[in-house]
Design a binder for this molecule. Sequence first.
Ligand code: SF4
Length: 356
Amino acid sequence: MRKAWSILPEEWKPLLVERGVRPFRAEQILQALYRDWIDDWDQATTLPKELRERLKAEFPLTDAEIRAVSRGLDGTEKLLVGFEDGEAVETVLIPARDRFTQCISTQVGCAMGCVFCASGSQGIVRSLEADEIVAQFMLGRRRGEITNIVVMGMGEPFVNYDATMRALRLINSGRGPNLGARHVTISTCGIVPGFARLAAEGIQFELSVSLHAPTDELRSELMPVNRRWPLDELIAACAAYTRQTKRIITFEYTVIKGVNDSREMAEELARVVRQVPMAKVNLIPLSPVAHRPDLKTPDEQTMLMFLDVLMKRRVQTMLRRSRGKDANAACGQLRLSRAATPMRTTSPHRPSSPVE
Ligand code: SF4
């Protein structure tokens, strides 16, 4: 059965016509879904009752609910969104001066196993369907007008490529929620085949890559995906992507005390990133992770040293800070903090914001 929030706006008319429904109903449906923001077909009062019943039976709205909310002092909110089968993911809402960003998840758990990530430590449960990704947006937008989406929640979007792209195309559609493509950022840990696929989409989503280490030895230790796609393959894919799309790639580098925070690492990072024609770096100090107490946050001096090394090598760099530490906003923390219940949740690469 197809869920309404997985159907692209242009797909409604043919779906209705093949069911003997008059085509003008498609516009009324889109109006109900994405202008009136219904969460129950009975609220679509411009449609006849009989059609509403058919829609309920054939194209139901996704059964998703907020099961828990964790609020941070900085205004960040983490929502635990539960689905019909009892599984749940985390979505994070991050307010800032001029934007309201939502970090969304694409999988329940994650198979990638990055050592600093609670989601990775829990393994994969299942991938989300497109409508479940859209449902997070729908629940988030009831708490404020979403201006930006970052696909940095629990899961690896390039592993769940088709559902993720369908959800993002729907959210981006002018006849749907109409969120601008440049306001959508997809974050990958480095699934190399995903770069060419995304480039071929011809859509202007932003792309960010979780790098976190500039050498194969260290990166393979922190991020097992590097054993499958080592740095030279990853960087070649990034360079090809920027050449083809003329779009910049953002490299995320989480600085971990005593692990990847030396001057030599900073210099190597500059060397690696400079191989990509259009690139910038976000430097993020590690947030404490409950399942790895041995991984520590670096001091400010180290962050500034990193920034200095990169800037001197003319690498465009932003120093960022993790948001919502007190809202369990680091990877998978809300899920872990509720592990005593049957709920499942999580999170990911980690939302961040510029240092103010
Ligand atoms: S950081 Fe991202 S890719 Fe790595 S384990 Fe966590 S969710 Fe998966």
